[in-house]
Write a protein that binds this ligand. Sequence first.
Ligand code: CA
Length: 232
Amino acid sequence: MTEQVSVLIIEDEENISDAIQYNLKQNGYQVSAAQDGLKGLEIIENQRVDLLILDIMLPGMDGLDVCKEIRKTSDMPIIMLTARSEEHNKVVGLELGADDYVTKPFSMSELLARVKSLLRRSKMKPASPVKPLSILESGDLQVDLDRHIATIEKTNLDLRPKQFDLLTFFLRNKGKALSRDQILENLWGYDYIGDVRTVDVHVRWLREIIEKDSRKPKRIITVRGFGYRFDQ
Ligand code: CA
């Protein structure tokens, strides 16, 4: 079974949004909808969206700003909805990275055709080397969660399970200062009755493995009186 293509519609005019949703669903797409830009961005952050239909005239943040925001992190196909009176916005929208536009009023078959062709085009793009989420990395350091392997410059690191978990936790929170308590809770769970110094011990062991000079750590930095921060 092929996975359903997921389309998001950001449009405040309910009747238009409903009509688009209905037609997309009829054509086998999975559909979600937002009435304004912020809600739309929230959906994009939290679920997979394969294509976006974005109205320009929105309450609050307009479609152009939404487009700009999305393009900071994603190259998902975007079709803009514009009104005839917003002719100039088409150009701006395309410059901001929208892939196509449809002028209101439009027919559903026209919109569906654009959706289809854009999806086809985006699939034909040379596959951008999207890294699977199961790989975390920082410079030459890489953790493959599926294979449960950590490497530096492609050389396997001999990590014990807790060290592996600790390294993973650091990589997921790169650049963030983590308190000893946070680390302890995350790695050993709330029920663990232990000493936060356990964390120091494990950090020391991990440093011996991943730092060039564990006495002058460059990756795991001590945040005095607080905990640790993974820098690189
Ligand atoms: Ca609108």
